[in-house]
Ligand binder design. Structure first.
Ligand code: DAH
Length: 276
């Protein structure tokens, strides 16, 4: 009797399972050949792409990438970089102070001092990141932007090494054909100082409001490290020479891709971002 009951239960169970399977096979039919719902993939922001590209260029030249600090003391942002007392950059009208001795760094140059304080020459480093200034936004300025800082300190480094390195960087970023030039300039932390210019991305050199009818846009500064910096960090200024540079990544982006207004890079409009 018991076996008959168990057989009947098994048979009924198998039948119920079969019916359930049939139901699911008809109701939940999946056409595996149908295209799926596309998921839009994000990608790196143009500035991050350029940052990585510049890092790669310098890694290829044997440089090391070092981190800096976005919050800096006036010692590293100004004193170590030979900014005299009363220099306009030290004013709260130009620089964002957190307290009397702490600022949002106005440039990536403090990373030079921090690197030299902790390492002996030879030094070949780049340091990339955000910097902050009390600037009114316009087509070529934003209060936050990115810079790449470079520093080379060794025996026998000359201005020719600096120009050769920057020329290599310009060609890697803009190609052989783009018009570029170096001009003399002044920075507290370099002597002599130069400034690199690239032909304007909007008028290609003929003159327009963006380049103030000069045909050129400044991409950044550079120069031979002032011996005062070596003294500040305790290097032998008789033995070592060096060069340094600091360029804007947003400037590289607009000059390379013909973006009319630098502020576009901060608006996060996908119609712009998707193009890169
Ligand atoms: N710190 C400068 C600026 O923000 C750029 C600069 C110029 C950096 C010359 C350097 C340099 O290292 O040597 O405008």
């Amino acid at each position: 009797l018991r076996r008959r009951l168990e057989d009947a239960i098994d048979a009924r169970e198998a039948e119920l399972q079969r019916t359930e399977l049939d139901r699911r096979l008809t109701e939940e039919r999946v056409d595996v050949t149908m295209p799926g719902t596309p998921v839009r993939r994000g990608h790196l922001h143009l500035i991050t792409q350029i940052r990585r590209e510049v890092e790669d260029i310098f890694l290829g030249l044997g440089y090391t990438v070092v981190d800096g600090r976005e919050v800096e003391t006036t010692r590293y942002n100004f004193d170590g970089l030979n900014f005299p007392e009363g220099h306009p950059s030290r004013s709260p009208l130009q620089t964002l102070f957190l307290d009397a001795e702490t600022v949002l760094r106005t440039e990536t140059s403090p990373s030079q001092i921090r690197t030299m304080e902790t390492q002996e020459p030879p030094i070949y480093i780049v340091s990339l990141g955000r910097v902050y200034r009390r600037d009114t936004p316009d087509a070529t300025h934003t209060p936050t932007f990115h810079q790449v800082e470079g520093l080379a300190v060794d025996e026998g480094i000359t201005l020719a090494d600096l120009e050769g390195t920057l020329d290599y960087l310009l060609k890697a970023l803009f190609g052989e054909a783009r018009k570029t030039e170096f001009r003399t300039h002044h920075f507290p932390f370099t002597e002599p100082s130069i400034e690199a210019h690239v032909s304007c991305h909007m008028c290609d050199g003929s003159g327009c409001p963006i380049c103030r009818h000069s045909g050129w846009i400044e991409i950044g500064g550079a120069g031979m490290v002032d011996p005062n910096l070596f003294e500040f960090v305790g290097y032998d200024a008789e033995r070592y020479t060096g060069f340094a540079f600091g360029w804007g990544l947003e400037r590289i982006a607009v000059l390379r891709h013909g973006i009319p207004d630098l502020r576009e890079l901060w608006r996060n409009d996908p119609r712009l971002l998707r193009q890169f």
